[in-house]
Ligand binder design. Sequence first.
Ligand code: HGY
Ligand code: MN
Ligand code: MN
Length: 438
Amino acid sequence: MRTVADPDAPAGLHVDEARLWSRLMDLAEIGATARGGVCRLALTETDIEARQLLIGWARDLGLAVFTDEISNLFFRLEGRDRNAPPVMTGSHIDSQPTGGKFDGAYGVLAGFEAVQSLQAAGITPEVPVEIVVWLNEEGSRFSPGMMGSEAFTGRRPVDEILAVTDAEGVSTETALAAVRARFAGLPELPLQRPVSAYVEAHIEQGPVLEERGYPVGAVTGMQGSRRFRVRLTGAEAHAGTEPMATRRDALFAANDVIRSLRDHFAGFDDRMKFTVGLFEVAPNVPSVVPASVLFSIDLRHPDQSVLTAAGDAIADLCQRHARLCSAEVRELANAESLVFPDWLVDLVSEAAAELSIPCLRLLSLAGHDARQLHYHCPSVMLFVPCHKGISHNEAESCTPGDLANGARVLANVLARLSASPLALPERTEAPPGSNAKK
Ligand code: HGY
Ligand code: MN
Ligand code: MN
């Protein structure tokens, strides 16, 4: 077994499990919830506090700190070739309202641990290495998510992102301006700048690694997902006087529409995932017939043709089952299934083998910022187990050992990718219509 004493010991051997766990717990304090999770929504005071904490840690490591016009954060370990496009690693620090300590945060802090391991191994990379914090991956306040990585890669126009409003009517533009003012002194880098490669570490958010007994996963690709909003419009009426037959009851219409969608999607194989997570009724008072319902649809499947066919049926189903109400269907995002470059997935597997860490190749059923970077530069992910696959839930939990193993593999991957300039990646052309706002 090789040790850190070996001059050419893999950088990953310098990972410090306790240090990584301690940083994760410190970050989890920010937005901590009473049930052991985190609520750290994008562009809120908790997001700002978390950024301040990370900037302090980055400066302690001697990393240069940058931002951009959409408030992504970049912590840069300089390379011998300062002009070479950086190798990037990172994830997000915003959470779901009932999120866990590790979703997103792990990818950023595994990046810190991996870079600190490169430093401990005395490695000066040829190519700069940057840890990135993407703005608003989750999209739980400003929808859809992945705003930082979409703006960075040019996959969604910035003005479209700035125009999005939250439930209180606050625009992304207003909330972003307040955050940018708090970090006014940070030097800015342009959007869409070249990147040599992107590697994102993340918890699996599924049960496979834990069930199969693998400490690390090399992620082969990501299933496609389509996001919609459906608005059903009827008319307010008196709960005591309006006859049942003439009511334009938007809630009863929503009940029929959602039932018809459930029946339709149940007709596909069990890889189809259909979720209605957001549901708003107006005027939402006991003695008025509901006039308006707004609900979300999150639809996912690994087979692109199935996802296309299933998603394209939604508008017609809504119209047909809306009863006396009108139905308006808007698609917010359409992200295709994708496959990461084989050579990069192999590199993750090889880096794990170098450390004698068993590694399983698997597909990501969750969405991640790597989805956007995939069309900008060669990208890949590595997963670590989370207990029973529980995530987007305050009970999300991981073991310090698994988290450290993922950081060890990440350190080795970064060491190899940054050791010499990669041929500037030709960009993978995005499929037509993906991510397009209908
Ligand atoms: O929804 C997702 O797949 C991601 O965890 N935000
Ligand atoms: Mn995530
Ligand atoms: Mn998430």
